[in-house]
Design a protein around this ligand. Structure first.
Ligand code: NAP
Length: 488
């Protein structure tokens, strides 16, 4: 990634103060980074509540977008979407605009921050896919009482995140990468991350690669978190286990993050704008300072990064903390006092702290072509028609068989919420009014054609209400669809 360098040789960074406590934590991190001698210059830009209130529905003005396009690196405070302004959050807008496909969340035991895990040496990084999965936000009401959210996982998306996880392990001298999925249930979507992981792993022979089912991963994180090094996972899983990991080492006040894309990286604390503390000079700026450390490493500024990290940790180890840790006994430092304490500690490293030997992160060079996976041999072998009906399954089945009569398609099965109910299996299914009706070729023959599907749907629609179609395809002779429980 090429960074924007100013005439003085400094790297330019877009600085977004953000909302609520944002300006306070951003000011703290900025002062410390500058005091550490990092060759950084800032371009301050706005986003969030004030921008929404000026009537801009995205919450991110053009000059902020232009600045990030130019600098390719941003350090930002939390952003709010005020009630009644815009539907999309400014954070999501930024993530989508700059395709920051990886969310990186380190969790390392911090000196002086006592937790039930203190002394066990937690030091892990969650690498969460950041744009696909259920978070693509594709939702529909299929019937008045049934909602659907599409879980989209692409091979390209998997390859980018898996390669980034291994590259991160390399850059940080880590030796173990876990891939956490629910591939035992969602064989095609979650399974795609697992399969990609297994294909890519041999390219990194010095790194041990293990797959773990996500629910066990969550369990193991609580039971024995020190066993993990890097965990790569899908968006929804990562959302949950990265918060879980943060809690293991002290919680939201200590959780930094990096949103990495091929062209742009945005660094921010995990916490929000905590509006009740805004302007009170009491909050903990640690998460944003640690995010600035991640940013400095990303920019190749390894020495100032180590200096800021060392000084911050030395301050915590001295027991000098803000109110969230110190409580109300009068010993708590204000945000500005804490910032000064960290600056005063520059050059210090807490006893027993072993800094890592960081190397530049090599971003995966994955093709940007939309047809990332070349067209394989393909056959259309049927169609799933989603039907809304209050009929009993037997009655609906007989009706749909009549509709398909005389076509090359036959009703193979009707399922309700993933369980076959027609032909009956004896399962005690509590049915709802949305049926997933599978039609396949009655006899082996040429591919099912669009006109045949259209004719079948026209016939079904003359009696029943349908709302969704899905072609059944085979790729390289393998079925590109799963079977309902009880379907043969
Ligand atoms: P929040 O702002 O993270 O605050 C939740 C609680 O966490 C606070 O009340 C406080 O706990 C604690 N906390 C958070 N940051 C802290 C810090 N730096 N130091 C000490 N304690 C801290 O979550 P929220 O109240 O759900 O969200 C508020 C707004 O922020 C919302 O508008 C939300 O959309 C936005 N948000 C933005 C981002 C982002 O920009 N990336 C992320 C999350 C939320 P106590 O009350 O126990 O003291």
């Amino acid at each position: 990634m090429k960074f924007h360098t100013t005439e003085s040789g400094a790297k330019l960074v877009t600085l977004i103060p953000g909302d609520g406590i944002g300006p306070e934590v951003v000011a703290s991190a900025r002062q410390i980074v500058e005091a550490a001698g990092a060759r950084i210059e800032w371009e301050e830009r706005q986003a969030g509540a004030s921008v929404f209130e000026q009537g801009l529905a995205t919450g991110v003005p053009d000059d902020t977008i232009e600045s990030i396009r130019k600098t390719r690196v941003a350090l930002k405070g939390p952003l709010e979407t005020p009630v009644g302004f815009g539907e999309k959050s400014a954070n999501v807008t930024l993530r989508k605009l700059f395709e920051t496909y990886a969310n990186i969340r380190p969790a390392r035991e911090l000196p002086g921050i006592a937790t039930p895990y203190s002394g066990r040496g937690i030091d892990l990084v969650v690498v969460r896919e950041n744009v696909e999965d259920l978070y693509a936000g594709i939702e529909h009401m299929q019937t008045p009482g049934v909602a659907q959210c599409l879980k989209l996982i692409s091979r390209k998306g998997c390859e980018k995140i898996v390669r980034l996880a291994f590259e991160l392990a390399r850059a940080e001298g880590r030796t173990l990468v876990h891939c956490a999925t629910k591939s035992n249930i969602m064989k095609l979507t979650e399974g795609m991350l697992k399969r990609t992981f297994e294909e890519v792993a041999p390219e990194y022979p010095e790194i041990e690669a293990q797959h773990i089912i996500i629910d066990n991963c969550a369990h193991q994180l609580v039971k024995r978190p020190e066993q993990f090094d890097v965990i790569v996972t899908t968006n929804m899983n990562g959302d949950i286990i990265s918060d879980e990991s943060s809690a293991l080492v002290g919680g939201l006040g200590f959780a930094p993050s990096a949103n990495i894309g091929t062209d742009v990286a945005i660094f921010e604390a995990v916490h929000g704008s905590a509006p009740k503390y805004a302007g009170k000079n009491v909050i903990n700026p640690t998460a944003l300072i640690l995010s600035a450390v991640l940013m400095l490493r990303h920019l190749g500024e390894f020495e100032p990064a180590a200096a800021v990290e060392g000084a911050l940790l030395a301050t915590l180890a001295q027991g000098r903390t803000t109110r969230d840790i110190a409580g109300d006994d009068g010993s708590a430092l204000s945000t500005t006092e804490f910032t000064e304490a960290v600056i005063g500690n520059l050059g210090e490293v807490p006893a027993g702290w072993e800094p890592r030997d960081y190397k530049p992160l090599r971003l995966p060079d994955v093709s940007t072509a939309p047809d990332f996976v070349s067209d394989p041999s393909r056959r259309v072998v049927g169609v799933d028609v989603f039907v809304e009906s209050a009929l009993e399954p037997q009655e609906l089945g007989r009706s749909l068989e009549e509709k398909a009569a005389g076509t090359r398609l036959r009703l193979k099965a009707i399922s309700n919420r993933g369980t076959r109910v027609y032909p009956p299996t004896g399962a005690m299914t509590d049915c709802i009014d949305q049926w997933f009706c599978r039609f396949t070729l009655a006899e082996n023959g040429r591919d099912v054609e669009d006109d045949e599907i259209a004719e079948l749907v026209r016939r079904i629609g003359s009696t029943h209400r349908w709302m969704h179609l899905e072609k059944l395809q085979e790729f390289h002779g393998e079925e590109g669809f799963t079977k309902a429980q009880g379907e043969d």
